[in-house]
Design a protein around this ligand. Structure first.
Ligand code: AMP
Length: 211
């Protein structure tokens, strides 16, 4: 299975990607996670990405394309979460897959109103160690302030602050939303209603993909 999860920040792509990975074993490539890891390790890539991420802007295409293509090289099944984020990335991905005789199976487009998205983003907590994703109301950790999987103290993402959230949503509308038409034209788009709890949304995903 080769899947793209498309949708505004905070809509729950990462949560759904982790569930699909747990159930089916498909590798998740989450560009935001990879960039945050590079930032935490203070690698040259991380240092370059930091200024863009903290402002809520997209990291330059050449940096992101490179980390994605390196990982896609040897994969038969994958879930892309947070990539592509604009038309130029989508074209690079399409060319890469064509070269390797591969094609996408589906693009899941998650949909939710802005008010609910902001509520999800402002209550989000993540585990800096294992990447688990929580929400203080909708999906709290059973270990309170700590990660229920690995015990690390949960944190608020640096870019989940009100001003940055607004900027990220604007960037999504301007640069990423045009991908909805792009994949619709290719017959790959499957809209997913992202309202409700993670389990409800997951059932919609499983149903939409006939899994
Ligand atoms: P995410 O975790 O997907 O919300 O990504 C967090 C931040 O990482 C974004 O706001 C961007 O600054 C950067 N980022 C993640 N994926 C991409 C991408 N495909 N292209 C450019 N920047 C990205």
């Amino acid at each position: 299975m080769r899947l793209i999860l498309l949708g505004p920040p905070g809509i729950g792509k990462g949560t759904q990607a982790q569930r699909l990975q747990q159930q089916f074993g498909w590798t998740v490539i989450a560009t935001g996670d990879l960039l945050r890891e590079a930032m935490a390790n203070r690698t040259p890539l991380g240092e370059q990405a930091r200024t863009y991420i903290t402002r809520g802007e997209l990291v330059p295409d050449e940096l992101v394309n490179q980390i994605v293509m390196e990982r896609l090289q040897s994969l038969e099944s994958f879930i892309l979460d947070g990539y592509p984020r604009n038309l130029s990335q989508a074209q690079v991905l399409e060319a890469f897959l064509q070269q390797h005789g591969q094609s996408l199976d589906a693009v899941l487009a998650f949909e939710l109103d802005d008010e609910a998205i902001v509520a999800r983003l402002s209550g989000r907590r993540i585990c800096p160690q294992c990447g688990a994703i929580y929400h203080i109301v909708a999906n709290p950790s059973r270990a309170g302030e700590r990660c229920e999987r690995c015990g690390a103290t949960l944190i608020i993402r640096e870019d989940d602050q009100p001003d940055t959230i607004r900027r990220r949503l604007a960037v999504y509308r301007q640069q990423t939303a045009p991908l909805i038409d792009y994949y619709q034209q290719r017959g790959l788009l499957i809209p997913i209603d992202a309202s409700g709890d993670p389990e409800t949304v997951y059932q919609r995903v499983v149903h939409a993909l006939s899994l």
